[in-house]
Design a protein around this ligand. Structure first.
Ligand SMILES: O=C(O)CCC(=O)C(=O)O
Ligand SMILES: [Mn+2]
Length: 200
C-alpha cells in the first residue's frame, strides 16, 4: 500500500486486499440485482459506452436533457442503499464527516471508455469524490480545471482508491481504455469503478 499524488489526485495504491475486493464485488452484484445497469444517453444523443447504475439516496442520470441526480432508477424503484463496506472506504480516505449520498457504479466492458469531464453536478465542491477500482486495469487521465490543458495518465488496478479533492475536485479526468482480461476478479473480465459523492 502506498499513496501517490498526481495533480492533486490522491491515489491509494492497493488499498483493498483481494478479500475486500471480492466482498465489494458481491455488494455491487447485489446493487445490480435491484438496480440493473443501463447505458445512459449523452446529451449529444449517443449512448455512453460505460454501463451504469447507482446506490444511495441519489443516482446519477443522463439523457438528451443533460446530466442530473435522480431519486429513482429508470425502472421506477428507489436506488438500493450504499453498502457498508463502501461507506467504510469513504470513512477511511475522504477526510470529511459527511456521508456520501451517491455511489455511482460504472461498468467498463472491452471497448468502454469515459471522455474527459469534470464532476460538477453536485451542490458543493468542498467534499471530495472518492473512486474505487475493481477488476481490469483502467488508464486514468488527469488534467487541470481547464478543458484541453496538459494531462498525465496512470494505470489504476483492482483495489486502488482515488480521492479527488481540493485542487483536483474540479479537475478534468477520464478513462482512455481498459486492459481487458488483466484481472481475475470478474469471471468475464471488465472493469468496475465506484464513485462516492456528496450530492446535496
Ligand atoms: O472510472 C473511473 O475511474 C472514473 C469514473 C468517473 O470519473 C466518473 O464516474 O465520473
Ligand atoms: Mn468523474
Amino acid at each position: 500500500m502506498s499513496v501517490l499524488k498526481l495533480r492533486g489526485f490522491e491515489i491509494h495504491k492497493e488499498l483493498l486486499g483481494s478479500v475486500e475486493q471480492l466482498t465489494l464485488l458481491e455488494a455491487v452484484r447485489d446493487i445490480a440485482k435491484v438496480a440493473p445497469v443501463f447505458s445512459p444517453m449523452t446529451p449529444y444523443g449517443k449512448p455512453m459506452s460505460v454501463k451504469m447504475t447507482s446506490a444511495g439516496m441519489f443516482g446519477w442520470y443522463s439523457d438528451s436533457h443533460g446530466y442530473e441526480y435522480r431519486r429513482f432508477h429508470p425502472n421506477g424503484m428507489p436506488w438500493p442503499v450504499i453498502p457498508a463496506e463502501v461507506l467504510g472506504i469513504w470513512e477511511k480516505v475522504s477526510g470529511v464527516d459527511r456521508s456520501p449520498e451517491c455511489c455511482l457504479v460504472n461498468f467498463y466492458g472491452q471497448d468502454a471508455r469515459m471522455g474527459m469531464h469534470q464532476d460538477r453536478d453536485e451542490a458543493s465542491f468542498e467534499y471530495p469524490v472518492v473512486s474505487v477500482s475493481l477488476g481490469d486495469e483502467g488508464l486514468l487521465r488527469v488534467g487541470g480545471t481547464e478543458r484541453g490543458g496538459k494531462t498525465d495518465s496512470i494505470w489504476l488496478q483492482s483495489g486502488d482508491v482515488v480521492v479527488m479533492g481540493g485542487e483536483a475536485r474540479l479537475a478534468y479526468h477520464g478513462v482512455d481504455r481498459i486492459r481487458f482480461g488483466s484481472s481475475n476478479l470478474l469471471p468475464n473480465s471488465g472493469r468496475i469503478n465506484l464513485t462516492l459523492r456528496v450530492v446535496n
